[in-house]
Ligand binder design. Structure first.
Ligand SMILES: O=P(O)(O)OC[C@H]1O[C@H](OP(=O)(O)OP(=O)(O)O)[C@H](O)[C@@H]1O
Ligand SMILES: Nc1nc2[nH]cnc2c(=O)[nH]1
Length: 168
């Protein structure tokens, strides 16, 4: 396992992203929606780096089933808040094929959100013909290796590592 981003480097990017997001949403009513389970660490840190009153909700979806072929998301857990009329910022730890975030953005659009934006900790450097091309806020841009730590798992392990590492 090779460490790609240390916890102090992650903290530095979180602080910078939090400051940018704070300025962007100043004067608006912001709702963060964390994609579980992977977005857990990122959301916990980023929410505390945003200096605004805000709502927090979460959603769990199966990214590799359903959505790509049918355009429908498979939900493992539902929202608590009604997204209609809200400024939604979706938080996820990795943008890979972009399928998950594209489907989730479309879902919030259909549910009547006033605005839908995205923030990810890591974006992989690859073409995303069927997915969201880029997040609105990104911590790091990296290669295509399989990542673990800081929420990212391999068979549900490693999510609690404080750094982000490549498994191979
Ligand atoms: O850009 P994509 O190719 O769609 O991949 C990104 C998604 O894959 C992972 O979720 P996963 O389905 O593994 O669930 P998890 O959050 O429970 O780990 C990750 O948390 C992202 O949500
Ligand atoms: N753990 C993990 N999950 C992913 N989902 C999409 N890409 C990745 C990755 O690199 N690591």
């Amino acid at each position: 396992m090779e460490i790609l981003y240390r916890s102090d480097e992650i903290a530095g990017r979180i602080a910078a992203m939090g400051a940018e997001i704070t300025e962007y949403y100043r004067g608006k009513e912001l709702t963060l929606v964390t994609l579980m389970t992977g977005g857990l660490c990122f959301a916990a840190d980023l929410a505390r780096a945003i200096d605004l009153p805000l709502w927090i909700d979460s959603l769990a979806v199966a990214s590799y089933r359903g959505c790509r072929s049918t355009g429908e998301l498979e939900f493992r857990s539902m929202l608590k808040l009604d997204p209609a009329g809200r400024e939604i910022l979706i938080l996820d730890e990795v943008l890979d094929s972009g399928t998950t975030l594209k489907c989730v953005c479309d879902y919030f659009g259909k549910r009547g959100a006033a605005g839908v934006r995205t923030a990810v900790m890591v974006e992989k450097r690859l073409p995303r013909p069927n997915g969201l091309a880029h997040a609105d806020w990104t911590g790091f841009v990296t290669g295509t290796r399989y990542l673990v730590g800081y929420g990212l798992d391999a068979d549900e392990l490693y999510r609690n590592l404080p750094h982000i590492a490549a498994l191979d």
